[in-house]
Design a protein around this ligand. Structure first.
Ligand SMILES: [Zn+2]
Length: 257
């Protein structure tokens, strides 16, 4: 019985590395934004962010599995998953990297392009702050909330792990560079903002806004399977490159894949 119990436990909790010995990069948590009653942004064509980002997340998961990486999805269907549950699913899985995939929306229909974020309590600029406010709405917070007037968000900010800030920045830059290769004109760069879903994640983490559903050209591209696949392939290249750098930085020999 003890063996059966141990086997069952092992299937739930990934084996911890031996003390003093770090495990190589191998497990990626992919977080498809929104889901269920939380539809996220909507294009004029009716394309929903929650459906788009789940499709891109599944494409990325398939590609990473072919790279012999382990993949954990915070949701695999059209279900509502609270932000804090996404964080705990990632931490329970002991991921080596957390990628949250979203699509953008802005009041200006001219705004378009791809941007990558890593977490900080202070946003890079007012536009970044608005993006975080919109993505944090699943928590039921006011869209006008800011850390100065919102003790809850400030409290969450204390959970931001500075341990992973440098690695998160490294991944964000790699991801944005790969995505910019798809269409340099649409690259909006790497930014920082207080995304609740990234706070408290105990691993390097980034959030990708893969385009603006409020922009007609972006929405048309994002409706196409080929474009979604190209985004997934760009992120796959970024993950593989990050894994090598992450292991090298920690003095771990690269795993042959
Ligand atoms: Zn979103």
């Amino acid at each position: 019985m003890a063996v059966a119990v141990a086997a069952a436990a092992a299937s739930i909790a990934p084996a911890a590395p031996e003390p003093g010995k770090q495990a190589p990069f191998r497990r990626v948590v992919i977080d498809a934004g929104h889901g269920g009653k939380d539809e996220g942004a909507t294009a004029a064509s009716g394309l929903l962010e929650k459906e788009l980002v789940l499709d891109v997340s599944k494409r990325l998961a398939g590609l990473l599995k072919k790279q012999k990486l382990q993949v954990v999805l915070t949701r695999e269907s059209d279900e509502f998953v609270p932000l804090e549950v996404r964080t705990s699913r990632a931490n329970d899985a002991r991921g080596d990297l957390f990628i949250s995939i979203h699509a953008n929306a802005a009041t200006s229909r001219r705004a378009r392009g791809i941007e990558t974020y890593f977490v900080s309590l202070e946003a890079s600029d007012a536009a970044s702050r608005r993006v975080a406010d919109r993505e944090n709405e699943a928590l039921g917070r006011s869209a006008a909330a800011s850390p100065a007037v919102d003790p809850f968000l400030a409290l969450l900010g204390d959970m931001i792990s500075t341990d992973h800030m440098v690695d998160s920045n490294t991944f964000a830059k790699l991801a944005q560079a790969e995505l910019a290769d798809l269409d340099a004109a649409s690259s909006r760069g790497v930014k920082q903002a207080p995304f609740v879903v990234l706070m408290g994640v105990q691993m390097p983490a980034a959030l990708i806004e893969i385009g603006f559903l409020s922009n007609r050209d972006d929405a048309q591209s994002l409706a196409r399977r080929e474009h979604r696949q190209r985004i997934a392939e760009a992120l796959e290249r970024a993950v593989v490159a990050f894994g090598k750098r992450y292991d090298a930085r920690r003095g771990i020999a690269a795993v042959s894949r």
